[in-house]
Design a protein around this ligand. Structure first.
Ligand code: CUK
Ligand code: CUA
Length: 671
């Protein structure tokens, strides 16, 4: 059952479980007191445990492949969207342990995200819509920064489908540094895929609407409503998206869905699928076809093929309008400058994924049992030949036969595709539900000369799968080995916990070729409904263990001018303004007594002067909704008006030492 390389890779700590495997698998027929695996003695009572628990040999093999004894780290890290939790979940692969939830669009108390700390409030407020403080999001597609099409592990982006926002997370401290509200759109979806060197972060739209949050009656849908795609310019040195260097393209009011950036052969191009090219506006209550029927009438929708490099030139030449202060290439210019082409794609598609070499792109049918593979070379030839068809907005339509490389029948409800290092692609099948493995003819003919473009095998999953994520599976060099099926429904997989049921992430071993995929592990996901995830080799991440210097402000990633050093703690009063300079170290805050007057405005700085890994202090202040996490070296600031008189305790929320309960103080507010 084990390949020799696999056995070599198993650390000694796993031998206990390995022994169990050997017994149950019948690798050894020793007497009932012990057995042999190589030179290792195997306790016989292990077999008894397996029998008692009803474990099969396959179960035990799966356990050996995923079990991590205390202290063993994971080989890969999965950055998973958090769906409408608005967060990002960091999960170890193959152990499937949740390591952290990164607070992004939603306040989160453990990280002190959104409960007073100035840097966190600033980021959340960047994402406000006018005066409305948006305090949740719907994250769909996280994207790790890339260098030459490989994950580099420096930054992570994600989108908020509900409000058309994009966030930047710095992977040095795994904290969100920026949230940008798209100034022209109220929802997005094909976001946040990156170009191969992450110069551009893509935010494709979803439901058509007038740009800039304008009102227009649905009767004007075809004229006043627009689709859009926004390209955010990423400034890697600043670690921020730069709106002034960014721009959008106006698109026909079809519902753009998911996008992917070209790479290698197709570098400089961007691909988005779409649905509702019918331009249905719903209204079942008024006798119209409901959206699900109205938006599925045509046999074909349009793959959007966007010339990003040329669009950048068009923007530089000033051919843009301004909507809410943001540069937009109007649709007439998009057409006139040949920035957009359509290729028909089968009925209500979902997912468009560019091959590792950038030479092919695959679209799933959703209502069609095939995946359709497009050849980028053929696309360029068809463009050069001059398309003869146009849509109602004048966008040229390429002939499907001219650009298609293959159609592969994979099964019911195909959605998303990932790639491995063996010349296989994997497509999730929502309706079956299963994951299909198919061989990528064309570029991988040498690997699968006999099979060409064809379905190889399937593995059932429990249950309806949305995205799948393979190890580095959307980069120029996928790793293979592991694939996670991000299933929407779990139904009977876990102990019932009421009508709201967790999602089910299933880890699948894809190392063996042919029909040998193996289900390894079920991880319940009881925190939102994730969509996409990316899996990066853990050693590409190089996060800080403590902040680089004492007094560090994570908002600016530099030492804060208000950082306090030991011995310089003080309370400064200037009229009604009180400024507190505090330090935190095991096991005290200094100062411990603070006396102010009702009506004072308080600005409070705390520096955690610890240099020890994991020596985080929390800070909670009763009655004022202040809750902060101060990691080793961090300096934080919060402000409030002393509207309540009385006696308020502040205390450390992290059990940091034996005298942690004594890490407290009094805020006395005189009436
Ligand atoms: S989507 Cu949710 S399963 Cu937003 Cu990428 Cu396909
Ligand atoms: Cu610091 Cu408890």
């Amino acid at each position: 059952m084990f390949s020799s390389t696999y056995v070599k890779a198993i650390p000694l700590g796993l031998i206990f479980v390995l022994c169990l495997t050997a017994i149950v698998l019948g690798c050894s027929d020793q007497d009932s007191n012990s057995a042999q695996l190589g030179s290792v003695d195997i306790p016989a009572d292990i077999k008894e445990i397996a029998d008692l628990r009803g474990l099969t040999p396959e179960d035990i093999e799966a356990a050996v492949k995923t079990y991590h004894p205390s202290g063993m780290h994971d080989e890969y890290i999965m950055m998973s969207s958090g769906g409408h939790s608005g967060q990002i979940h960091v999960i170890g692969i193959p152990s499937m342990r949740l390591l952290k939830t990164i607070a992004v669009f939603t306040p989160e108390p453990w990280q002190g995200w959104g409960f007073g700390a100035e840097d966190t409030m600033e980021v959340l407020n960047q994402g406000n819509f006018g005066d409305t403080e948006l305090r949740w999001g719907d994250t769909h597609h996280p994207a790790i920064t890339e260098t030459n099409g490989e994950y580099d592990g420096q930054f992570l982006f994600t989108n908020d489908k509900a409000n058309a926002r994009v966030a930047v997370i710095d992977l040095r401290d795994f904290e969100t540094k920026q949230i940008i509200k798209n100034p022209i759109a109220n929802n997005d979806h094909g976001s946040t895929m990156v170009t191969p060197n992450s110069e551009w972060v893509i935010e494709g739209g979803q439901y058509g609407a007038p740009l800039g949050s304008e009102y227009s009656s649905l009767e004007n849908y075809a004229d006043a409503y627009k689709g859009m795609i926004t390209f955010w310019k990423f400034d890697r040195t600043a670690g921020r998206l730069n709106p002034d260097a960014s721009f959008a393209m106006e698109l026909p009011p079809y519902w753009q869905d998911i996008c992917d950036a070209g790479k290698l052969a197709s570098d400089g191009w961007v691909f988005c699928n779409s649905f509702n090219t019918e331009m249905s506006t719903g209204g079942v209550e008024n006798g119209n076809p409901p959206f699900e029927a109205g938006a599925s009438q045509r046999d074909m929708d349009y793959l959007h093929i966007i010339n990003l490099n040329k669009a950048v030139e068009v923007v530089a030449a000033g051919h843009t309008n301004t909507v809410n202060g943001f540069r937009v290439i109007p649709l007439e210019t998009v057409v006139e400058k040949d920035l957009l082409y359509f290729a028909p794609e089968p009925k209500s598609p979902h997912g468009v994924d560019v091959f590792p070499g950038g030479d092919y792109m695959v679209v799933s049918g959703k209502l069609d049992p095939h995946v359709t593979v497009y050849s980028f070379e053929k696309i360029l030839t068809a463009i050069a030949a001059g398309p003869t068809q146009k849509d109602a907005y004048g966008v040229p339509i390429l002939d499907l036969d001219d650009v298609m490389a293959a159609q592969i029948e994979v099964g019911l409800g195909p959605l998303h595709t990932q790639f491995d290092n063996q010349g296989y692609a994997y497509t999730s099948l929502f309706l079956e539900p299963a994951v299909a493995r198919w061989s990528m003819g064309g570029p991988y003919e040498d690997k699968h000369p006999e099979s060409g473009w064809s379905l190889v095998s399937k593995i059932p999953v429990q249950y309806n799968v949305g995205h799948i994520s393979a190890a580095e599976g959307d980069t120029v060099s996928p790793d293979g080995k592991y694939l996670v099926s991000l299933n929407k429904w779990a139904i009977d997989r876990f102990t019932p916990v009421g009508p709201l049921v967790p999602q089910n992430f299933q880890l699948i071993d894809i190392a063996e070729p042919g029909d040998d995929m193996q289900l390894l592990y079920d991880m319940p996901v009881g925190f939102g409904e994730p969509h996409y995830a990316q899996i990066i080799k853990a050693d590409k991440l190089n996060p800080w263990k403590v902040y680089p210097e004492v007094g560090w402000n994570p908002g600016t990633q530099s030492v804060d001018p208000h950082a306090t050093i030991v011995g310089e703690e003080r309370i400064v009063r200037d009229g009604n303004n009180v400024e507190i300079f505090m330090t935190a170290i095991r096991s005290h805050f200094t100062p411990e007594q603070i006396e102010i007057k009702k009506g004072d405005h308080v600005t409070w700085h705390i520096t955690n002067v610890e240099r020890a890994y994991d020596a985080t202090h929390g800070f909670a202040l009763s009655g004022y909704n202040i809750n902060i996490s101060i990691e080793p070296g961090e300096s934080t600031t919060f402000e409030f008006d002393a509207v309540h008189d009385g006696v308020f305790s502040y205390y450390c929320t992290e059990f940091c030492s034996a005298l942690h309960l004594e890490m407290t103080g009094y805020l006395l507010v005189q009436p």
